[in-house]
Design a protein around this ligand. Structure first.
Ligand code: ADP
Ligand code: MG
Length: 353
């Protein structure tokens, strides 16, 4: 079947990839997913599915040649692979950004150069390094790369929590623990002509370091709201970013704002934008990376999103929902403990709840 639709290649095939495919479909753009996961859920939503080892150069080349535009749905793809693909077809956002944010240490150093507040932190390679930096305790030891949903993190209250048999096989950073009042995120889309589309800050509640609930409006004052948006804008402009990105923030008990981390992609906390706005974070991303025009955001409703973790999904499958509720079942092949299996968004200011 021949088609003259433009083709958007997406590297990675998880739920974020699935939602990007759905947004592209609405814009009459075809999608090809490239993933090394044979069971990747995005295969249920894309137009073409390429299952390949990321080290298979000829498969990467073939994928790159068939796509008009390329993006990714997770930031931990080895940089060399993105570089190889982008030599054939440009990738947006620019993979150089991944080099900075893939590593918590370089990410925080980058924020420091912009004068943006982060938690106090230091690079750690051994127990002695922690001993020398006890001013950062209580703190959290995090692997510099590859952590998500709290994986690869250890809370360290005192030196007694540092076990003698830890081998420090990876690079770590130690972050001082912040006495959190709230967490918020700002989802921002930057278009290649510099146009910006910024969603209002979203308040996020984590359980066991996994995002549980996201709500708009966030219960924050207007100064923090403005400051968070200005910081997100500053980061996206400094990176000359094209696409949607998320900036996660901490707010401490004294109402001081810190950037926690930057996700160079669409983000779990932005799922509620699908139902609460005229344009979702996903549509905004597709529009930006495919060179389409920016459309002004219009909010339709306050909203709350709850992640469905592990076997909680069984309680939702086949359940009747209210008119203001929207269930997203990621259609993952297997139910796994502590794994995001779906989410449910509730619009909060409609009458038929
Ligand atoms: P991940 O990459 O797994 O999302 P984060 O660094 O965002 O890792 O940490 C996950 C969650 O753990 C945060 O959203 C926050 O709730 C908690 N957390 C992480 N670092 C700190 C800190 N320095 N102080 C207080 N809470 C923290
Ligand atoms: Mg996080």
């Amino acid at each position: 079947m021949s088609s003259d639709k433009p083709i958007l290649g997406i590297i990675g095939g998880g739920q974020l990839g699935s939602m990007l495919c759905q947004a592209a479909k609405k814009l009459n753009i075809s999608t090809t997913i490239l993933t090394d996961d044979l069971h990747a859920p995005a295969q249920n939503f894309c137009d073409a599915f390429v299952h390949s080892d990321y080290k298979d150069s000829s498969a990467l080349e073939k994928f790159a040649k068939t796509c008009d535009y390329i993006t990714f749905e997770f930031e931990n793809i080895p940089f060399e692979i993105l570089e190889q693909i982008s030599a054939i077809t440009k990738i947006n956002p620019n993979p150089n950004i991944n080099k900075i944010v893939q590593n918590r240490f370089t990410e925080k150093n980058f924020l420091k150069t912009l004068g943006i507040a982060t938690t106090s932190y230091t690079f750690i390679k051994s127990k002695i390094d922690i001993e020398k930096n006890q001013n950062l305790l209580p703190g959290i030891l995090k692997t510099c790369t590859l952590g998500y949903d709290g994986k690869g993190q250890h809370v360290i209250s005192s030196m007694e929590d540092v076990k003698d048999d830890w081998c420090f096989s990876s690079d770590y950073i130690l972050e001082k623990f912040i006495d959190l009042k709230q967490e918020i995120s700002v989802i921002i889309t930057r278009y290649s002509d510099g146009g910006l589309s910024i969603f209002e800050p979203i308040e996020n509640i984590h359980k066991e370091q996994i995002l549980n609930t996201s709500i708009i409006p966030a219960k924050i004052n207007s100064e923090i709201c403005d400051e968070a948006k200005i910081i997100a804008k500053k980061i996206s402009e400094k990176l000359k970013y094209t696409g949607t990105m998320c900036v996660e923030f901490f707010i401490d008990k004294k109402n001081k704002l810190y950037v926690n981390e930057i996700a160079p992609r669409v983000h779990n906390s932005g799922h509620l934008t699908i139902n609460a706005f005229n344009i979702s974070q996903f549509e905004n991303h597709v529009r930006a990376v495919c060179g389409l025009e920016k459309i002004e955001l219009q909010k339709k409703s306050d909203a709350k999103m709850v992640n469905i973790i592990g076997d909680e999904i069984n309680d939702y499958r086949g359940k009747l929902l209210n008119k203001n509720q929207f269930l997203f079942d990621y259609q993952k092949k297997e139910i796994k403990d502590k794994r995001k299996m779906g989410h449910i968004t509730t619009l909060l200011d409609t009458k038929d709840s």
